[in-house]
Design a binder for this molecule. Structure first.
Ligand SMILES: NC(=O)c1ccc[n+]([C@@H]2O[C@H](COP(=O)([O-])OP(=O)(O)OC[C@H]3O[C@@H](n4cnc5c(N)ncnc54)[C@H](O)[C@@H]3O)[C@@H](O)[C@H]2O)c1
Length: 303
């Protein structure tokens, strides 16, 4: 165990026997979520395109920006961490834009486990066309940003949910979590495409909830604050060991804070009461009583 504050419930592994799929988990939010599900004892299918045999997903135009070109992380690395932390990590290569690969992934889960308790919709291609400019009037953002956020963001989640839903409906239980960003319906000025993509994800989680509720399956959107992902840290030319030297990162939280929120929801027998809602990690931290890995209970990221 590192000096990190441990997951509060790690001692009794509340998610032992549960099966989860976390999409886009080679790094970023997905990695943090997979780690915390592992610490809670779950079996976690860690999906993404980067494997040790084919490392480092390309970040599209970011390849031109040398600092961000080669971010660390593969699905094999994350799966190993899941197992080290107390769960069972299974690396499953999958490009979530490809329907046949997604269908094969869920067929594999059913064949190997006979159940699926949790899908975390998280694979996000939105950073892959990032040009270094996040805030600009909508007429100046290139349409390639729209494509990466919708075709490799929102659509990913719909495709995965279509495959996961029948497995959950069959057993009349399960939870679909969609990661998003939400700030009390405030408009995210400066990036209309991002604002629309996040609103679409939040609405997707809501619509899925309406259709799955009669079958005993829950769906929620979960919003972290600003996370110290590998992408964010590289953009500030620092790493997790040194981020406190960067005042600009003072309001950030670790991706594992979000992971603790997802693990708490997955372990909540009354989670159906929350179906259809968009939930902020900071609010869930207070409600469930968890903290971030540095011991803080980070406040919600208000714009
Ligand atoms: N980073 C933040 O501070 C922050 C804050 C609030 C919300 N969010 C949201 O969290 C979600 C995840 O973002 P992130 O910051 O972890 O992004 P990230 O770019 O760090 O990670 C995204 C992951 O998805 C994978 N991925 C992308 N396209 C894929 C595909 N087609 N198939 C399989 N895997 C694919 C990437 O390889 C990577 O592992 C997004 O919806 C983002 O908007 C992020």
């Amino acid at each position: 165990m590192t000096a990190d504050h441990p997951t509060p419930d790690a001692a009794h592994r509340p998610l032992a026997g549960r099966v989860a799929v976390v999409t886009g988990a080679s790094r970023g939010a997905g990695r943090g979520i997979a780690q915390e599900l592992g610490a809670a004892g779950a079996t976690v299918y860690v999906t993404g395109r980067s494997t040790r045999a084919r490392p480092a997903d390309t970040y599209g135009q970011l390849l031109a920006l040398s600092e961000l070109a080669s971010l660390p992380g593969t699905i094999d690395d994350t799966a190993d961490e899941v197992t080290r932390l107390g769960g069972r990590g299974i690396a499953a290569a999958c490009d979530h834009t490809k329907e046949d690969e997604v269908a094969a992934l869920f067929a594999r889960v059913e064949r190997e486990q006979g159940q699926l308790d949790l899908l975390v919709n998280n694979a996000w291609g939105g950073h892959e066309t990032f040009t270094g400019v996040f805030e600009a009037p909508f007429w100046e953002h290139p349409l390639s940003n729209w494509d990466s956020m919708f075709d490799r963001g929102v659509r990913n989640h719909l495709v995965a949910s279509r495959c996961a839903a029948p497995l959950m409906v069959k057993r009349k239980q399960g939870l679909i979590v969609t990661t998003t960003f939400w700030n009390r319906d405030h408009y995210l000025r400066g990036n209309l495409f991002y604002d629309l993509a996040k609103a679409s994800m939040t609405r997707l989680a809501f619509g899925i909830a309406q259709e799955l509720q009669p079958h005993g399956v829950a769906s929620v959107a979960v919003s972290p604050g600003w996370m110290r992902t590998e992408f964010v840290l590289a953009g500030h030319k620092t790493d997790e060991a040194h981020w406190q030297e960067r005042p600009a990162l003072a309001r950030t939280e670790s991706p594992r804070y979000l992971g603790r929120a997802v693990a708490a929801l997955a372990g909540d027998a009354q989670v159906l009461d929350k179906t259809g809602q968009v939930l902020r990690v900071a609010d869930l931290a207070r409600a469930y009583g968890f903290i971030d890995i540095d011991g803080r209970q980070v406040e919600a990221f208000e714009l």
